[in-house]
Design a protein around this ligand. Structure first.
Ligand SMILES: *Cc1c(COP(=O)(O)O)cnc(C)c1O
Length: 466
């Protein structure tokens, strides 16, 4: 048929809507969604015919195509993913997985009314800050604390309160960009602080700060360099020395710690990171850190430090714009409660558990998993267990090589790229790395036996069918 006849033969919307499958769909799906799917399908067919395609597209084909579009439109955009990458705080995959207790707490306050801003004792209005403040001060040794929407918000607020219309001194080695266009210089500008850069990329001395301090100095800022490290010939000024200098000029010191470590991770073979408590002990006036990086809780930003500064932060107009909702507060409070007992924290908070599980334990899981994959794929791939490295992710502990064991799968009949995409496009989504022609599965970030089962089954389905 020529283009014109094909175009004339296109079904019209009403005929497609009268098809049995579509009538069923109309019973379960909003009419507007179904009608849009039908119109888009016909429109797409029209475009393809115009482009010269000899499309066979009758009323039945149109209905089938429209139903597929309805299914896509009706499936949630934000959904569960199985993370087989070995990157624990995976920013693109939602950073930290909540503990079972935190999930229960969220469900509980979501299901009913709560004490969000209600004081049960007096029967009067309360403050939403009370739910986490004493936990945060207990865990960090600070005088006062509050939590906001994320650490970026915490940085913004701290700068707005301490350095608006003033100068904030920061080392050139700390002017970092932390994924998703969070750049320290940009945040400074938006907060109304004037940035005074000191030192060089690799070395900043106390004398550099000293030379920059003047009558307009509002703040000395220290930023954790997160996902980036200058190694070799380097020097940073410790918080203790900054505090000493700042005190002589009556200027506060604020440290953005990024990940926020609450206990010494060296006990688990991880590199040294100063804890929040250490910064406070060394005299930092304010410290901020994320809720969903190494704390292993919900997205949030903690601000801890001097009582008078935290009171100013709580009263700042931005506090209202940056405040936490009840579900996040419930998850955060529960996570912080668990954190009070380190042994419980590394068992129950998934991020900490994954970070501290010994390689030998992962190795045993990898061998077990490999055996099951071998069985389910029935010779359709070369399966191996090899030593590898897991990553903390999320800009946390960038230099930490966390030893692990991975299962590698080299398919015989299809390409590795094809295998990866079919793992990803199945339901649920499975995200895994590719390396040298192999799919790499790191059991460290598979959360439980059920996730392992899904991986085994999916590999079997794809590779035996191939
Ligand atoms: C991650 C990070 C931030 C941003 O924290 P969010 O909780 O993602 O908003 C800010 N500063 C540093 C140093 C970070 O590592």
């Amino acid at each position: 048929m020529d283009t014109n006849s094909l175009l004339r033969a296109l079904p019209n919307t009403d005929d497609v809507l009268a098809q049995p499958g579509i009538v069923d769909a109309l019973g379960q799906t909003p009419r507007s969604v179904v009608v849009t799917a039908v119109r888009e399908s016909i429109e797409d067919a029209r475009r393809r015919i115009f482009a010269g395609e000899e499309l066979s597209y009758g009323v039945e084909a149109a209905a089938a195509d429209a139903l597929a579009r309805v299914a896509i439109a009706e499936s949630p955009s934000l959904h569960r993913v199985i993370n087989a990458t070995g990157i624990i705080v995976h920013t693109n995959l939602g950073r930290s997985v909540l503990s079972a207790a935190a999930i229960d707490a969220v469900a509980e306050v979501a299901r009913g009314y709560s004490t969000l801003e209600y004081d049960v004792e007096s029967g009067e209005r309360g403050s939403r800050h009370v739910h986490v403040e004493s936990l945060l001060t207990e865990l960090t040794g600070a005088e006062a604390a509050m939590a906001v929407n994320n650490n970026a918000a915490a940085v913004m607020m701290a700068l707005a309160v301490l350095a608006h219309g003033k100068e904030a001194i920061v080392s050139r080695g700390q002017l970092v960009e932390i994924g998703g266009s969070f750049r320290v210089p940009d945040i400074m500008r938006e907060s109304g602080a004037t940035m005074i850069e000191v030192g060089t990329t690799n070395k900043t001395h106390l004398s550099d700060y000293e030379a920059a301090i003047g009558p307009n100095t509002g703040l000395i800022l220290k930023v954790h360099s997160s996902n980036f490290r200058v190694v070799g010939f380097t020097e940073e000024v410790p918080v203790r020395d900054l505090v000493e200098l700042a005190a002589r000029h009556a200027v506060p010191v604020y440290e953005d710690q990024g990940s926020g470590v609450l206990f010494d991770l060296r006990r688990y073979g991880l590199p040294y990171e100063p804890t929040v408590r250490e910064s406070i002990q060394q005299g930092a006036d304010l410290v901020s850190f994320s809720g969903d990086k190494l704390l292993g809780g919900p997205q949030a930003g903690m601000i801890v430090g001097r009582w008078d500064i935290v009171q100013r932060l709580k009263k700042h107009p931005l506090a209202r714009a940056m405040r936490l909702d009840k579900m996040t507060l419930a998850a955060l409070e529960t996570t912080l409660r668990t954190m009070r007992d380190e042994a419980r924290a590394v068992e129950e908070i998934p991020t900490l558990k994954m970070l501290t599980t010994p390689a030998a334990e992962i190795g045993a899981r990898a061998h077990e998993l490999a055996g099951r994959i071998e069985e389910s794929t029935d010779g359709a791939a070369v399966i191996e267990v090899v030593e590898d490295i897991s990553r903390a992710g999320g800009g946390a502990l960038p230099l930490a090589d966390i030893p692990t064991f991975v299962v590698t799968i080299e398919p015989r009949a299809i390409s590795d790229v094809d295998l990866e995409s079919r793992m990803r496009l199945g339901e649920p989504t499975i995200v895994a790395r590719l390396r040298e022609g192999r799919l790499v599965i790191d059991p460290r970030t598979l959360l439980d036996a059920e996730e392992e089962n899904v991986v085994v089954t999916r590999l079997g389905e794809i590779l035996r069918g191939a």
